[in-house]
Design a protein around this ligand. Structure first.
Ligand code: NAI
Length: 286
C-alpha cells in the first residue's frame, strides 16, 4: 500500500514543499496538502488552469495528483485562538476548519492515519530588519509561524500517525552562523526549530514511535526566499564557495526528504541534515 503523506506549506510549484511532494509521489505516496489560507485561491486556480502541469509530470507520464487540499494557517491551533478580525477577513471568511487542530481532524476523517508529515513553511514579517531593530511582535510572529507551528503539527498529527512514521521540516544554517540579512528573528526561529527537532524526536518517538528530523537546505529562489531580498546574492555566494560548485535544486532536497521519510532512514531521528552542497563545512570563503 502507498504511504499517506500530509505536506504543510505548498502554495506554488517553486518551493521545497512541491519538490518533496513530487519525490514522494514518484515513490508511490498518496499526498494531501495544507495550503496557507490567503494563498489557497490562487494555488487552486493555477492548478486547475494547468499552470503547474509541466512540473507535475511524473516519470510514468502521469501528472502528480493531490488527494485533498486543505486550507490551513499554522499560526492558529484551534478555532478559539482565532481573533475576530481574521475570521471576518475576506480571504479567510470563505474557508473553514483551517486551524491546525481542525485540519488534523479533517485529515483523520478523510484518510484515517498517515505515515508522513512534512513541515515546509516559515514566515517572518520583519525578516528584512536586522535583529537589533526587530520588534517583540515581529520576533514572536517569526517564532510562532516558523517554529511553534512544527510543535503544533506534531501535537495534533502525532496521534494519527502510524508507528514507524516520520516527520521532517526545513531549516537554514542562519541558526548556527551569522547570515547578515536573515533578520526579524528568523535566525532565532531556525535555532528553535532545530532544538525542538531533537526534543520532539524524543517525545514523539517514545509516545508515537515516529521519527522527527530536519533538513538544513542551501539557498533556493522560492517565493518565500524572494521576499527576503538578497536570495540571488546568497545563491551566487553558495555556488562560488561550496565544496561542490553548483546550484542547488529543490529536487535534491526532495530526494533527501524522501530518504529521511522512508524506512531506509529508520535509524535516524533528531537529526539536522545539511543539503547545501557542503557550504556549512567551509570555514573561509574562497
Ligand atoms: P515557499 O514560499 O515555497 O514555502 C513557504 C510556504 O509557507 C508558503 O507556501 C506559504 O504559503 C507558507 N506559509 C507561510 N505562513 C504560513 C502559515 N501561517 N500557515 C501555513 N502556511 C504558511 O518557500 P520555501 O523557501 O520553499 O520554504 C519552505 C521552507 O524551507 C521554509 O521553512 C524555509 O524557511 C525553508 N528554507 C528555505 C530556504 C531557501 O533558500 N528558500 C533555505 C533553507 C530553508
Amino acid at each position: 500500500r502507498g504511504k499517506k503523506a500530509f505536506i504543510a506549506g505548498v502554495a506554488d510549484d517553486q518551493g521545497f514543499g512541491w519538490a518533496i511532494a513530487k519525490c514522494l509521489a514518484e515513490a508511490g505516496c498518496e499526498i494531501s496538502l495544507g495550503v496557507w489560507v490567503p494563498a489557497l485561491n490562487i494555488f487552486e486556480s493555477s492548478l486547475r488552469r494547468g499552470k503547474f502541469d509541466a512540473n507535475r509530470k511524473l516519470s510514468n507520464g502521469k501528472l502528480m495528483e493531490f488527494s485533498k487540499i486543505y486550507p490551513m494557517d499554522a499560526v492558529f491551533d484551534t478555532l478559539a485562538d482565532v481573533p475576530k478580525d481574521i475570521l471576518s477577513n475576506k480571504r479567510y471568511a470563505g474557508n473553514s476548519k483551517w486551524t491546525v487542530a481542525e485540519v488534523a481532524e479533517s485529515v483523520k476523517a478523510d484518510s484515517g492515519n498517515i505515515d508522513i508529515l512534512v513541515h515546509s513553511l516559515a514566515n517572518g514579517p520583519e525578516v528584512i530588519k536586522p535583529l537589533l531593530e526587530t520588534s517583540r511582535k515581529g520576533y514572536l510572529a517569526a517564532l510562532s509561524a516558523s517554529s511553534y507551528s512544527l510543535i503544533s503539527l506534531v501535537q495534533r498529527f502525532g496521534p494519527l500517525m502510524n508507528k514507524g512514521g516520520s516527520v521532517i521540516s526545513l531549516t537554514y544554517n542562519a541558526s548556527n552562523r551569522i547570515i547578515p540579512g536573515y533578520g526579524g528573528g528568523m535566525s532565532s526561529a531556525k535555532a528553535a526549530l532545530e532544538s525542538d527537532t531533537r526534543v520532539l524526536a524524543y517525545e514523539a518517538g517514545r509516545k508515537y514511535g515516529v521519527r522527527v528530523n530536519t533538513i538544513s537546505a542551501g539557498p533556493l529562489g522560492s517565493r518565500a526566499a524572494k521576499a527576503i531580498g538578497f536570495i540571488d546574492d546568497m545563491i551566487r555566494y553558495s555556488e562560488e564557495n561550496s565544496p561542490i560548485q553548483k546550484g542547488l535544486s529543490a529536487e535534491e532536497v526532495g530526494a533527501v526528504a524522501t530518504f529521511l521519510l522512508s524506512p531506509l532512514a529508520s535509524g535516524v531521528t533528531g537529526h539536522v541534515m545539511f543539503v547545501d552542497n557542503g557550504l556549512n563545512a567551509m570555514g573561509l570563503a574562497t
